[in-house]
Design a protein around this ligand. Structure first.
Ligand code: FAD
Ligand code: DLZ
Ligand code: SF4
Length: 515
């Protein structure tokens, strides 16, 4: 009797993947298909394509070594149809298989695609839950049911209880659930963040990099800084290095930003988690073990575990709860086109310039850079959500819609009207100046609120608050800025809003540019 096709997608390179459970090595075939459509449905950063295709090649080789029958279709195979919807039926026919087993994908559009494969192939398709996550989607749906507002903090506490992570019996370790108030320092003078070890690209990765340069030369980003893990062992080495050298100060400097310090004390593990090279549980357990051994303080370890056990799982739950349709929401009626500087980095705003250039070179920016620089600007300037989402999907090596969309659309742009976050993450230049050294190297004056040299984040902030005064009037978390706005002299506010209007139609904001 023939076997079944077991599909492994590019972000599913995990031992123990659901679609590999029960695999019969004598009959079943594992398909890994490099396809043009997955590389171009978004013009991903070159580094993301290299990392995904290289991880697929390494995973295929590892499975073969274990005696598994693997069908790996390279991108430049002349018979490659270029789509998953083409490659799956082709593989079923080629090997004469009687069924297809998949793991739930990370994006709605792929799930829709999978649901059509039974009709296309004439064999049954089984879509198994993706149990690499700590929260099952059915559990999340039940947790969310009937709640007027979803809040990450309550979800996170439940997850701590359910998983037992960072718990002492029924109580949170150390007596508190959350130590975030200790985690808001700017980088202190004299603190030198350790330089992360580079993972040199091996022969397979170099071959894929050449392929990507040939096939996708127009995609955003450079490959010079390429150093992402492409195998589980490399990903584990990055995690171990983080735990040993950066975790102890992760909490303190989680929100800090500094020129020429792209990583600071962050973990650099999102690409590995999202492509399946690391499991969320092993990351949390490694951090907890460091605390229990006295190597890292609780504010750091709890903060780190909250990102993974709390935010990452919550974000995924919200995505699948709200899809389809989530990305179409535009609660703040933001309509402005994306300025070209998001691609070129050519702007007089030093903070934005630093983050866009770093993103181009590394396909990476840490959370506060994404939220409070490029995200905050998009929110304040009223940029249309769809192109902003497309930008975030295109520029980061860890971007998949399940995690990118709620973070951008919900957390950064507030386009979901508050599903993700109870207030918009809007900040003026003062916030950026408090948390970074960017303002020192800027053509604009962060201390100035109006006039030609004033920091655009300052007048755009008040213009934003004034624009949405009615909408946020009933939101207690917006009471402070609204109170200040209402106390502002009318002529002062009129001047600020005139500066904002002029900036928003000025040369910096042009959507046109040379690719
Ligand atoms: P660390 O700061 O060291 O955190 C450790 C881990 O926690 C991360 O690797 C990540 O897995 C998890 N984590 C932290 N914050 C979040 C969060 N808000 N949502 C989900 N997981 C989180 N993350 C992605 O993985 N892919 C994306 O496409 C993505 N897009 C984002 C877009 C915007 C506008 C914002 C504000 C955030 C986005 N994030 C995204 C979340 C976060 O910025 C990245 O996970 C983080 O910067 C990755 O770097 P790190 O591994 O060094 O993280
Ligand atoms: C991101 C990506 C890329 C660039 N290429 C492929 C590919 O060639 N083949 C594949 O199976 N998966 C790829 N991926 C990952 C998919 O885009 C990802 O599985 C879906 O977006 C669902 O998360
Ligand atoms: Fe950014 Fe304003 Fe500071 Fe310049 S002055 S770096 S624009 S916050």
């Amino acid at each position: 009797m023939s076997g079944v096709l077991r599909l492994v997608l590019g972000d599913q390179c995990s031992d123990g993947l659901a679609s590999l459970a029960g695999l019969d090595p004598a009959r079943d075939v594992v398909l890994l298909a490099e396809v043009q459509s997955e590389c171009t449905y978004i013009r991903h950063h070159k580094q993301k394509i290299v990392l995904v295709l290289s991880a697929m090649r390494h995973f295929a080789a590892a499975l073969r070594e274990r005696g598994v029958r693997v069908d790996h279709v390279p991108l430049d195979d002349p018979d490659n149809t270029g789509t998953l919807a083409g490659e799956v039926p082709r593989a079923v026919a080629r090997h004469g298989l009687r069924g297809i087993v998949c793991t739930h994908p990370g994006e709605w559009r792929v799930l829709q695609d999978m649901r059509g494969w039974e009709a296309a192939t004439g064999v049954p398709v089984e879509i198994r839950d993706d149990d690499r996550f700590l929260c099952d989607l059915g559990w999340f749906r039940r947790w969310a049911q009937g709640k007027r507002q979803l809040r990450m903090e309550f979800f996170y506490r439940e997850m701590r209880r359910v998983t037992g992570l960072l718990m002492d019996g029924a109580l949170p370790a150390g007596g508190q659930w959350n130590y975030d108030s200790e985690n808001r320092r700017r980088l202190d003078k004299g603190v030198r963040p350790p330089v992360p070890a580079r993972i040199p690209p091996d022969a397979i990765t170099q071959e894929v990099a050449a392929l990507v340069e040939r096939h996708f030369p127009e995609h955003f980003g450079t490959l010079d800084g390429l150093a992402w893990p492409v195998m589980a062992a490399e990903a584990r080495a990055v995690l171990d290095e983080f735990v040993a050298h950066r975790l102890p100060l992760f909490g303190d400097y989680q929100d800090a930003m500094a020129t020429n310090e792209p990583v600071l004390f962050h973990a650099l593990i999102s690409t590995s988690l999202n492509s399946g090279l690391l499991s969320p549980r092993e990351c949390c357990e490694a951090a907890e073990a460091a605390w229990r051994a006295g190597h890292a303080p609780l504010n750091a370890v709890e903060g780190f575990i909250r990102q993974i056990l709390g935010w990452r799982e919550y974000i995924r739950g919200v995505y699948w709860l709200k899809m389809p349709g989530y990305g179409e929401l535009n609660a703040l009626e933001a309509m402005r086109p994306l300025p070209w500087f998001y691609w070129s980095g050519e702007t007089r705003m030093n903070c934005v310039r630093q983050v866009v250039r770093q993103t181009r070179d590394l396909a990476y920016a840490h959370h506060i850079q994404r939220l409070m620089i490029t995200g905050n600007f998009a929110l304040l300037a009223g940029l249309e959500p769809a192109p902003v989402n497309e930008w975030y999907m295109a520029v980061y090596a860890d971007a998949y819609e399940w995690v990118e969309l709620p973070n951008t659309h919900g957390m950064a742009l507030h386009a979901d009207g508050g599903v993700m976050a109870s207030k918009p993450y809007a900040g003026s230049g003062a916030y950026i100046n408090r948390m970074s050294d960017y303002c020192r190297g800027c053509a604009y004056d962060v201390k100035s609120g109006a006039g030609p040299d004033a920091c655009p984040f300052n007048y755009l902030y008040w213009d934003f608050v004034a624009r949405h005064e009615r909408r946020f009037g009933a939101n207690p978390r917006m009471a402070m800025p609204l109170q200040t706005l209402r106390k502002m002299a009318p002529e002062k506010l009129a001047g600020i809003r005139a500066d904002a209007a002029a900036f928003l139609v000025g040369p910096e904001m042009s959507p046109e540019g040379q690719p």
